[in-house]
Write a protein that binds this ligand. Structure first.
Ligand SMILES: [Zn+2]
Length: 176
């Protein structure tokens, strides 16, 4: 079996020729960083989004388990985990390879991407757009506005956690 070169691992989506030269069909690889399995399980990047991750079966299952990523996390917990992920540089590290969107510096972490999803924003949203979306959603789901609404309370907490992640990321970028 022909060895593929390392350079095949760069660029998005990830592709690699499969098997011998005679059957050199290109297969899309799982989007999970470092995974060499075929990525034949599309998963939406956010609810109602046409953008898709393509995972292998195992990583599709992992992704689905983590779907409600910020639900039940306090802002402090979400920010702490975001910092951990950034340090360990593991998992979904492709986000740092491909320069998501136009306005950022191409280093959005997995948690930042999820936080943008929570706020219903595209990956290239700038911080003004983040603040605007956060104020609108926080107001709409605030416990003072929706007393006795448990689902709104969970949304409110997720919105706060998502904003905290993005605010801290913005501070890091400003300080860099
Ligand atoms: Zn995989």
């Amino acid at each position: 079996m022909a060895r593929t070169t390392r350079s095949n691992d760069w660029g998005f989506p990830r592709w690699r020729s499969y098997g011998t030269a005679r059957e050199a069909a290109q297969v899309r690889l799982c989007d999970r960083h470092g995974c060499d399995q075929p990525g034949d399980r599309p998963a939406p990047k956010s609810p109602n989004s046409r953008e898709r991750w393509h995972f292998c079966e195992a990583h599709a299952a992992e992704y689905n388990r983590n779907w409600n990523y910020f639900e039940g996390l306090s802002a402090e917990e979400a920010a702490a985990r975001e910092a951990d992920e950034r340090r360990s540089a593991s998992g979904f590290a492709e986000a740092s390879h491909y320069g998501w969107g136009g306005s950022g510096d191409g280093s959005r972490s997995r948690d930042e991407m999820r936080a943008l999803d929570v706020l219903g924003l595209e990956t290239d949203a700038d911080f003004d757009a983040i603040k605007t979306a956060w104020r609108r959603l926080a107001k709409a789901n605030h416990p003072d506005v929706k007393p006795n609404d448990a689902e709104a309370a969970v949304r409110f907490q997720a919105i706060q956690a998502a904003f905290e992640v993005l605010r801290r990321a913005e501070e890091r970028r400003a300080a860099a």
